[in-house]
Structure formats: structure tokens, C-alpha cells
Design a protein around this ligand. Structure first.
Ligand code: MIC
Ligand code: SF4
Length: 748
């Protein structure tokens, strides 16, 4: 990437920041600096946290293969010749981990030929950079090649905030958002509130950057960051490597945060330099004060942030979170007792390190240090040990510096530079179907069924060095900090705390880069979609709203408890249909717990009374009869990923409204974009009023207006009506999307 856009951005910053300071009458935080410098029109923009809708101009768009398909299919519908903003596609999610890097990539290329051809041809035609399968995981590739301090990037993946480790605002969005920005429109987002996290002290011993975010997940919970930007600062921040910062901001997604960011510092400059971007590092240093919060903010954070959290790194213990949710956190010293008390299977079946969250040189070298100690003592991994490097650079450097050999000697398998087991692309042969078992990884998400499609797998998350030590122990009740293991010859071993290098002393080894530039004459090219494809299907516009109230609709499902996008639209084997709306819709709600049914993913066709049907089958029956339906849900509905299939499938199969206690940000936007009415109970207790035999009406839709509650009528089977109120967060424009049938329809 050329340095020119960076120069241009930095050159405009002083004037724009001065204007903002004047308008706000105060100093600015870093996040605010980036927001104001990327405003579509600063003068008309309203700046009110938690209230205003921001219209922003991102510097760049990044898409991964599983979400790029819908993003590009929607972009195609907009009828543009070329993307208006620098964009890239990264082939990482569709590679199944089975027998090791080389074979897995080869197999993926065969199996996903149609999809890769589609993505490659669309990228070539529309001016988008294409990263081949095996080149690396989107967030690592972005960090190594595109991220720079002060930038605004949107990515069709919830862990896009990984780029916050290099001081940029990197935000996860649905494909429709990406499609619009590529088509030249500004990007819209609710003005986030700001949380300041002040770090003091310094990490030591076993504690690592991962523990900062695992601890915060426990503290703030999975919805604590919703519609907020988390800004890290303080003397402790400067002691954390850029990649360690990336781990922390990456997993801010688990707090539901809009994004997370660190202030520019020398660690970032060092990372830019070692990834062959010395000129960028120099530019950033020369513009340092614009890439950090103003000094007044640092001196009195409580005046500038909506909430301030303090963490003393020196006191932070290594943490483990899980199972099933990333906010079930505890220091590792408490895990053994809790596992016993709660009856978690103590034997660890698998330990997995790497992923987009934790595969930096620092992570790998610290883990290798643990591995070397174990090997020296004569230990072998007792649990399956899998390593997913984040990129070609990391992979080749691991080989050159001997880490690969170390991991393989301990019994590990190095997988492709891809998502693999993190997203259910994992063919396990070590457990029976539905066997209850424990695994531990250095990934970021641990929802039921996510890694291996088995909801009975208990997935725990920890730092890669802890995970490596646990692989030797093979049990969940081992505490590497002070525990001992016994080697085959009976000697007892206690691990020394991990040591590693932040950055490779010899620089990164480079392999095949895997980048393909777009064509210069894209206009003449065709996008490849075989008409008979089972993997890809051109989209048809959703129908417009017919102007009528929703009347007496059946409840398709009443989701009980956690209902993430992994519950609504599971990945794993379903990833192959991410470009085929009709086919993928058969997975709809397969993982969700239905308050009206004993088995997850199943329910009753209330029109015929037949039960034990998949939710998708029921929806298809209603759709065939021309009847819409509603979905009722709990707190933080749609938590997790950015996949808009979790909104498109319901829309495609006739869901008209989703009524929940609260929403996760990206999913709520995705619902709005696809023309579904997202409502929240004015009184969350009303959730309890909904019974299977009820019918639901949403009335007064013609008068839908921003900030105005909507009336919902629950028609009981005994003939009584219960009237309740629901809120929505739609702006005038978003109401327009609803009326048009989708945001895309509103464009055309
Ligand atoms: C995830 O980590 O859940 C994913 C898979 O990367 C998703 C994107 C997707 O579902 O394709 C995400 O984080 O947005
Ligand atoms: Fe891939 Fe997992 Fe990272 Fe998502 S969280 S981008 S699936 S490695």
C-alpha cells in the first residue's frame, strides 16, 4: 500500500482537530480525533455520544471470504463499476483443518473453487485486492500490511478491531455496510460512548496481554461494551507490544464494543518498521500528538470518558474464561476448584493456539519456550495440540526460528494460516458425536458448538502460553504457575514463566505473499457465478413493506438465554453456503434454545400443530402460505459475529419483526439493513408473556418515527389481548430502509 493516503490524512489532521476542539470547547480523546477527521461533513454532523448517528468516510474496507460473498453480491446489486474505497478480500474462513497446512489448503482450493473464483473475479473486476487461500487470517494480514495509526477501517468481521493494536479505529460491520461504502456512500454508525481503560504497572511472569482482555470480559460482561469505544492508555499501555495490543483490541468484540484502540507509541512504530513500513513509522512519529489523546485527557480521564476502568498490570493474574461464554472469567488459580464444583470434564481433549487473536511472534515464541521446557523434561502433549499461524510471515518465521519443530516434537500439528477450528472448520476424530469434553484455546470466542459443531464441547480460553502448558498437563485442573507435572521417568517439573521476543531479531521470514492485484481494465471482465451453482446465488431484492400493520403473526421461535449469531446461523459445515441464501437458510436457529421446545433448533408449526421440526422448516411452511412471523429473544440477542446471514435468512424466510430484551450492535444494524423491524421490550419482563399459541400484532406502523415506541399486541389463545410497548432505535433513514424492504432497495 502506498504511503500517500497516510500523508494526506496526517496533513489534514491539525486543522480538523483544531476545528473540533473549538466546536466542542475542550480537548479530544484519540477515538474522537479519528472520528472527527473522518466525518463525512463535520459542519452538519451532530456530535452526541450514544445519540447521534455518525456519517463517516472510512479509509479502507476489508472482507473475509465467508462474509465477502454477501458483501460483494450486495455491492453488485448497487451497479457500480469500481469500488470507491481501497478494499481487500481475504480467503481464510473456508479452509478446514484436517491433516495439516499444505493438504488442507489444497483441499480447500478444490472444494471451494466456485467461491474462490467468484471472489477472485469480482475482486479483479471491481478493483479489490485479493489475498489467496493460505495467505493468512484477515486481521493478521491487515495488521501486517494495511493498518496504520489514525486510520478508520471497516471490516466484514467482528474481530476487525484487531487493528486497534496499531492505533486505528477498526470496526466490524455487516456486508451491506461494506457494500455501501464500496459503492461510495458514507458509513453510518451510532456515535459510541467512550470507555477509558487506564493501564498501570507491567505484565510479568505468566501474565500476558490476553489476560487484560479476559479480565475485562469478566468485569464488563459480553454486553458491557455495546455501542462504546474502549480506549486504552496510561503508563502500562506503553509496555505492551503492538501485537499484544492487537490481542486486547481484537477481543474487545467479546465485550460487544464498537471497537477498541490504543494510543500511538514506539511499540507501534517498531512493528511498522519490522513489517517493512519504516516510512509509515516515521510519519506517525512526526505526527505523534495527533495520534494520541490530548494531554488534558490523560491528566483527567474521568472528565472525558463516560466510564474509566483502572487495571494494574503488575497485579494481573493469568485468567481462563469459559465454558460457553467469554465473560465467565476467573484467575487460573481458581479454575481447578470451580471445575470440580461445576463438574466440568477435567480431562482436556485438545489445546489449540494461534488464530487471529494470538499468533504473533511474541505469542509463538513464549509458547515455544514453554514447549521447550516440557520437551527437555521428557514430556509430550497429552491433549491434541494444534497451532494456527495468522499469516504466511508468521508461518515462515516459525519454521526459520525452529518453533515449528518444537511444536511438532511435542506432538503438535501446525495447521494452515486460516481460521480452521476457531470457526468450526475442524474435523475431529478424538471424540464421539455429542460427547461431553473440555478443550482449551487461545482463540477469542467459545460459544457452544462453535469449534467442532458439538454443543457438548466445553471450550475454555486462555493465553497461548497457558494453553501450551495445559497441553502437557492434559487436564483442566493444572495450574502452570505453581503446579508440577511428572515426566515418564518420575521426575517432577515446574515450568519457568514464559519468555519470548516481541519481534523477531532477524526480521520476518517471507514466504509466498499470496496477494493478487486487481485488473487495470476490470470493466471488461465478468464475475464468475455458474448458473447452476450450489454455493452461489445472485440475490433478489426483498419485497417492499406493503404499508400494513403486522397482524396476528405466529411466533417462529422464542429464543431462551444466550442467542448469538452462532446460534442463529451456525458456521462450520454451513460456511460453504455463505453465498447461497436459500441453501444456508436451512441452518436458521439450529443452535438456538427454543423456550417452546425441548430440543435446540426445533419447534412447532403452530398452524398444523406438528412439532419436532427445524425452525427453518417451520418458516418455510409459513412462507409457502404467505404468512410472516416474529422472533422473540432475550438479552444481547445476536451477540458475536458480523455474519449478516443471521439477519438475511430470517428475512428470506418471512420473519417480519424481532422483539428482544436487547441487541448486539452489528446484528441490530444487519436486521435494519435487511428490512426486519428490530424491537426491544420497553419492559423486559414482557418477554415472559409470550406463549407458543399466541399471535402477535405490531400496530401503527404507518406512524413509525424515530424515538417513538411501537405498540405490540399479544393475542392470547383464550381470546384476550395483552398490549405492550416496544422501542426501536431506527432513524428516519433507517425507517426508509424498512419501508423499502431493505437498505439496498432504498438505494435503487
Ligand atoms: C467469527 O469469529 O465469528 C467469524 C466467523 O470470524 C465471524 C464472521 C463470519 O461469521 O463469517 C465474525 O467474527 O464476524
Ligand atoms: Fe477467524 Fe476465529 Fe479470528 Fe473469526 S475469530 S477471524 S473465525 S480466527
Amino acid at each position: 500500500m502506498s504511503v500517500e493516503p497516510i500523508k494526506k490524512l496526517y496533513a489534514t489532521m491539525p486543522e480538523k482537530l483544531a476545528r473540533a476542539r473549538k466546536k466542542f470547547g475542550r480537548a479530544l480523546t484519540l477515538a474522537e480525533k479519528i472520528l472527527v477527521t473522518h466525518a463525512d461533513d463535520f459542519n452538519v454532523q451532530v456530535w452526541e455520544r450514544g445519540k447521534a448517528q455518525l456519517l463517516l468516510r472510512p479509509d479502507r474496507v476489508a472482507m473475509q471470504d465467508a462474509t465477502a460473498q454477501m458483501a460483494l453480491l450486495q455491492f453488485i446489486q448497487a451497479g457500480k463499476k469500481k469500488v470507491a474505497v481501497s478494499s481487500t478480500v481475504h480467503c481464510d474462513h473456508l479452509i478446514r483443518a484436517q491433516s495439516g497446512a499444505k493438504e488442507d489448503v489444497q483441499r480447500a482450493i478444490e472444494e471451494n473453487k466456485e467461491v474462490y473464483n467468484f471472489l477472485r473475479s469480482a475482486a479483479r473486476k471491481f478493483g479489490i485486492g485479493f489475498w489467496k487461500p493460505g495467505a493468512g487470517i484477515i486481521h493478521q494480514v491487515v495488521l501486517e500490511n494495511y493498518a496504520f495509526p489514525g486510520a478508520l477501517l471497516i471490516g466484514t468481521d467482528s474481530h476487525t478491531p484487531n487493528g486497534g493494536g496499531l492505533g486505528m479505529l477498526a470496526i466490524g460491520v455487516g456486508g451491506a455496510d461494506a457494500g455501501e461504502v464500496m459503492a461510495g456512500l458514507p458509513w453510518e454508525v451510532l456515535h459510541p460512548k467512550l470507555v477509558g481503560v487506564r493501564l498501570t504497572g507491567q505484565l510479568k511472569g505468566w501474565s500476558s496481554p490476553k489476560d487484560v482482555i479476559l479480565y475485562l470480559c469478566g468485569l464488563l460482561t459480553v454486553k458491557g461494551g455495546t455501542n462504546k469505544i474502549i480506549e486504552y492508555f496510561g503508563p502500562g499501555a506503553a509496555t505492551i507490544s503492538a501485537t499484544g495490543k492487537g490481542t486486547i483490541t481484537n477481543m474487545g468484540a467479546e465485550l460487544g464494543a464498537t471497537t477498541s484502540i490504543f494510543q500511538f507509541d514506539d511499540k507501534m512504530a517498531a512493528y511498522l518498521s519490522i513489517t517493512e513500513r519504516d516510512e509509515w513509522a516515521k510519519l506517525a512519529k512526526a505526527n505523534r500528538e495527533n495520534l494520541m489523546s490530548d494531554p488534558e485527557v490523560m491528566a483527567h480521564p474521568e472528565k472525558y470518558y463516560d466510564q474509566v476502568v483502572e487495571i494494574n498490570l503488575s497485579e494481573l493474574e493469568p485468567h481462563v474464561v469459559g465454558p460457553h461464554t467469554p465473560d465467565l472469567a476467573r484467575p487460573i488459580s481458581k479454575l481447578a476448584a470451580e471445575a470440580k464444583e461445576k463438574g466440568y470434564p477435567v480431562q482436556l481433549k485438545a489445546a489449540l493456539i494461534g488464530s487471529c487473536t494470538n499468533s504473533s511472534y511474541e505469542d509463538i515464541s513464549r509458547s515455544a519456550h514453554i514447549a521447550q521446557q516440557g520437551l527437555k523434561a521428557g514430556l509430550k502433549a497429552k491433549a491434541g495440540f494444534l497451532v494456527t499461524p495468522g499469516s504466511e510471515r508468521i508461518y515462515n518465521t516459525m519454521i526459520r526460528d525452529g518453533f515449528m519443530k518444537t511444536f511438532e516434537t511435542m506432538g503438535g500439528t501446525v495447521l494452515a494460516n486460516a481460521c480452521g477450528p476457531c470457526i468450526g472448520q475442524w474435523k475431529r476424530s478424538d471424540i464421539q458425536t455429542k460427547e461431553s469434553n473440555s478443550i482449551i484455546s487461545s482463540y477469542n470466542r467459545n460459544f457452544p458448538g462453535r469449534n467442532d459443531g458439538n454443543a457438548e464441547t466445553l471450550s475454555f480460553l486462555a493465553s497461548p502460553e497457558i494453553v501450551t502448558a495445559m497441553a502437557f498437563a492434559g487436564t483442566l485442573d493444572f495450574n502452570p504457575v505453581n503446579g508440577t507435572l511428572t515426566a515418564a521417568d518420575g521426575t517432577k517439573i515446574k515450568f519457568e514463566p514464559p519468555r519470548g521476543e516481541e519481534l523477531p531479531a532477524k526480521g520476518f521470514a517471507k514466504g509466498e505473499e499470496g496477494f493478487e492485484a486487481p485488473a487495470t481494465d476490470g470493466d471488461k471482465l465478468q464475475v464468475e457465478i455458474p448458473p447452476t451453482s450450489e454455493r452461489l446465488q445472485l440475490l433478489k431484492p426483498f419485497p417492499r413493506w406493503d404499508g400494513k400493520d403486522f397482524s396476528k403473526l405466529p411466533i417462529l421461535i422464542k429464543a431462551k438465554g444466550k442467542c448469538t449469531t452462532d446460534h442463529i446461523s451456525p458456521a462450520g459445515p454451513w460456511l460453504k453456503y455463505r453465498g447461497h441464501l436459500d441453501k444456508i437458510s436451512d441452518n436458521m436457529f439450529l443452535g438456538a434454545n427454543n423456550a417452546f421446545g425441548a430440543e435446540p433448533g426445533k419447534g412447532t408449526d403452530v398452524l398444523s400443530g406438528e412439532s419436532g421440526l427445524t425452525i427453518a422448516a417451520i418458516a418455510r411452511r409459513y412462507k409457502a402460505k404467505g404468512i410472516g412471523s416474529v422472533v422473540v429473544g432475550d438479552e444481547n440477542y445476536g451477540e458475536g459475529s458480523s455474519r449478516e446471514h443471521a439477519a438475511m435468512s430470517p428475512r428470506f424466510l418471512g420473519v417480519l419483526a424481532v422483539l428482544v430484551k436487547s441487541f448486539a450492535r452489528i446484528h441490530e444494524t444487519n436486521l435494519k439493513k435487511q428490512g426486519i423491524l428490530p424491537l426491544t421490550f420497553a419492559d423486559p419482563k414482557d418477554y415472559d408473556r409470550f406463549e407458543q399459541a399466541d399471535r402477535v400484532s405490531v400496530v401503527g406502523l404507518a406512524g413509525l418515527a424515530p424515538g417513538k415506541p411501537v405498540e405490540v399486541v399479544v393475542h392470547k389463545s383464550d381470546g384476550k389481548d395483552v398490549r405492550i410497548m416496544a422501542n426501536h432505535s431506527m432513524t428516519e433513514q433507517q425507517i426508509g430502509w424498512f419501508k423499502a424492504g431493505s437498505a439496498l432497495n432504498a438505494l435503487n
